[in-house]
Design a protein. Structure first.
Length: 401
């Protein structure tokens, strides 16, 4: 088997502190999932089992939650945006969230609201979809370098999309300023002083996928996962999902690993310094959904307390994950996973081929009895770039023989 060394910095979290979080747990996940169940076309996304890859790696199980089939939107993000928008409308119109439905609200013929957000692609697509389904307006801002394909996904849903000449975090600030001036409602998945309610709802909405995975694992008669690898931008998905899984499986029993691109590794650096650290600059990673330089302050405490390791990796790791999932070992199912969705698998594949494989496995406490859960958060949301990576070898590797 070929050996090659991809750049992966792994830091053990010296600040791990088992802590219960009432805001992010299974009860909150179930509240959001009960809402999602009422949406037309809802069904749990598949949980794929990869026994041949697991055997090759030398672990018991590798499971992949495939979010490419979420409401035909090719990504998980609508789970947070739809839940948050529904909660906002219930608050503004004094509606019980337990009785709220998209169709009933549309029949009220209320004057449409405008929802604004900043996105690298998938979150904005989810907000645009929810706004359209509810008869509302959406204005979506995207950072410099956003691909035409990601813009089209948003405008095809009837939203206005504006690509700025700024990075993600500066675009968030522009969105906030414009929304205040125009009286729009902001649906952003990161928090700041005075803005916590909506991002909290978004994070709770993401946990629907965790609640589904727990049920699916039990239905497969598989023992609970020992490890979960969660990719992070601002950390909203990672915190929402980890809060739910830790509540169910036990904080001490679940070894959580947070993975980021090295060009936007704000959580990795925050873990090193035990305080929130922002990353500035272009952040020109292929992992567009993770190109965020400022941690979500709602999610950071949970990730600091409940994660065992943080990993910062180069783009080639995500590209490797895309290829491995799309061209699986043996009879494992094929999974189309985008740049941000595949990085967890990329870490495992990079470890398998690394000259220091055994040391890396030991560092992450991966053994023959380990059961690993990965979340493929998106499919080929940028089809052109997906083919450049998978077909043409973009962000390839150099093999040492």
């Amino acid at each position: 088997m070929s050996q090659f060394s991809l750049k992966m910095q792994i830091v053990a979290n010296g600040h791990f502190t088992p802590t219960k979080y009432d805001t992010f747990n299974r009860q909150r996940a179930k509240e959001a999932r009960n809402f999602h169940r009422k949406l037309p076309g809802y069904q749990p996304t598949p949980l794929r089992r990869l026994p041949d890859f697991a055997r090759m790696l030398g672990v018991k199980e590798v499971l992949v939650k495939d979010e490419s089939q979420r409401f035909d939107l090719n990504a998980f993000k609508m789970l947070g945006g739809a839940w948050a928008i529904a909660r906002l409308l219930c608050k503004d119109y004094d509606i019980d969230i337990n009785t709220f439905s998209f169709s009933a609200f549309r029949q009220r013929n209320e004057k449409p609201m405008t929802f604004a957000t900043t996105t690298d692609g998938n979150h904005g697509r989810g907000v645009a979809w929810a706004a359209r389904e509810l008869g509302q307006h959406a204005v979506i801002y995207m950072p410099k370098g956003s691909s035409p394909a990601r813009v089209s996904h948003i405008t095809d849903l009837g939203a206005e999309c504006i690509v700025t000449d700024m990075n993600y975090d500066d675009t968030v600030r522009l969105t906030m300023k414009t929304a205040r001036e125009k009286g729009w409602s902001v649906v952003q998945d990161t928090a700041w002083e005075g803005y916590t309610e909506v991002p909290c709802w978004i994070m709770q909405g993401y946990a629907t996928l965790a609640d589904e995975a727990v049920e699916q694992i039990a239905a497969m008669n598989i023992d609970p996962p020992t490890h979960v690898f969660l990719q992070a931008g601002v950390g909203a998905m990672a915190a929402g999902v980890l809060g739910c899984l830790s509540d169910i499986y036990g904080i001490e029993a679940l070894h959580a690993v947070i993975v980021e691109p090295d060009k936007a590794d704000c959580l990795f650096r925050s873990a090193q310094q035990n305080t929130i650290v922002a990353v500035s600059g272009e952040m020109d990673t292929i992992m567009a959904g993770l190109a965020c330089g400022e941690p979500n302050p709602l999610g950071w405490p949970l990730l600091r307390d409940l994660s065992r390791h943080f990993i910062s990796c180069e783009d080639a790791v995500a590209a490797l994950g895309m290829r491995v999932l799309g061209n699986p070992v043996g009879s494992d199912p094929r999974i189309v996973s985008g740049e941000s969705g595949a990085v967890g698998m990329g870490i495992l594949a990079a470890i398998q081929h690394h000259p220091q494989r055994d040391a890396l496995m030991k560092e992450l406490r991966l053994t023959s009895s380990s059961r690993i859960l990965l979340i493929s958060t998106e499919g080929d949301t940028d089809p052109g770039h997906y083919r450049e990576v998978v077909w043409e070898g973009k962000n390839g590797i150099t093999v040492n023989r």
